[in-house]
Design a binder for this molecule. Structure first.
Ligand code: KIV
Length: 278
């Protein structure tokens, strides 16, 4: 949606109008600004920043301080997009009070429009607490990366009957609690379609097929700037990593061979003044 502020009420409106919701992750000012200018509807400051920005193996080490730092930067680059702060591991697990306090920090200190947290019925008390503080919540079901140690890896979820039923029940429970959207990650496409049809709120898919109400991908993946994991669901739309390496190599070469800086990159001084310095 270009040149119009995307708010929480647009989420449901888009679903009603069968208009797809676009979401991308961002972690810094310049990228967020480009996305906002391109007209992306929603920006998720994902805890995936732990992997693609901070270089951790998973998202578990990401802290509230990391998340707030990056959410503030993103928010400064955004005029219209709906900005969602991703609650990091252990920022909402210990108690409802702590969950509300941390969710509040995303809004109060970083200017986020909503928070996202992972999990189903087991996190309902936290979701209800945060919603009671008037902070919109986005749910996240399926492959929830903060549970990587329980899943035993980044695996597709909902493939057997019990898991599939659990996912449907969780989605319905989250909707009943009042979340404004649900991210479905690595869920079979037909199951994601069924869940999307059962809900009035939108589903945002990542590895969950075309029938979700919107799609989200990690920015570093779509521009080819992160090559350590290449999940099946990622589509690469650019090759920024290759371009950056080319530019870096050329810079190194030009510095070493004194091709850079050229005269046009340098500043002049009055020659008479210079003479007096010798
Ligand atoms: O952290 C993240 O980037 C996410 C999305 C990929 C859904 O949770």
């Amino acid at each position: 949606m270009k040149d119009k502020k995307f708010t929480v009420s647009h989420l449901k409106q888009f679903k009603e109008k069968k208009e797809k919701i676009t979401m991308l992750t961002a972690y810094d000012y310049s990228t967020a600004k480009m996305m906002d200018e391109a007209g992306v509807d929603t920006i998720l400051v994902g805890d995936s920043l732990g992997m693609v920005v901070l270089g951790y193996e998973d998202t578990l080490q990401v802290t509230m301080a990391d998340m707030l730092h990056h959410t503030k930067a993103v928010k400064r680059g955004v005029k219209n997009a709906f900005v969602i702060g991703d609650m990091p591991f252990l920022s909402y697990h210990i108690s409802v009070e702590e969950a509300v306090r941390n969710a509040g920090r995303f809004v109060k200190e970083a200017g986020a429009n909503a928070v996202k947290l992972e999990g189903g019925q087991e996190v309902l008390p936290q979701i209800e607490g945060i919603l009671a503080a008037k902070i919109p919540v986005v749910g996240h079901l399926g492959l929830t990366p903060q549970s990587v140690n329980v899943f035993g890896g980044f695996k597709v979820q909902g493939k057997d009957t019990a898991q599939a039923k659990q996912l449907i029940e969780d989605a319905l429970a989250l909707e009943a609690a009042g979340v404004c959207a649900i991210v479905l990650e690595c869920v079979p496409a037909k199951l994601a379609k069924l869940i999307s049809e059962k809900l009035e709120i939108p589903t945002i898919g990542i590895g969950a097929g075309v029938d979700c109400d919107g799609q989200v991908l990690v920015i570093n993946d779509i521009v080819g700037a992160y090559d350590e994991l290449s999940p099946k669901f990622v589509k690469t739309y650019g090759h920024v990593g290759i371009e950056m390496k080319k530019a870096i190599n050329t810079y190194i070469e030009e510095v070493r061979t004194e091709q850079f800086p050229e005269e046009k990159h340098s500043f002049k001084i009055d020659e008479a003044l210079l003479d007096k310095l010798y």
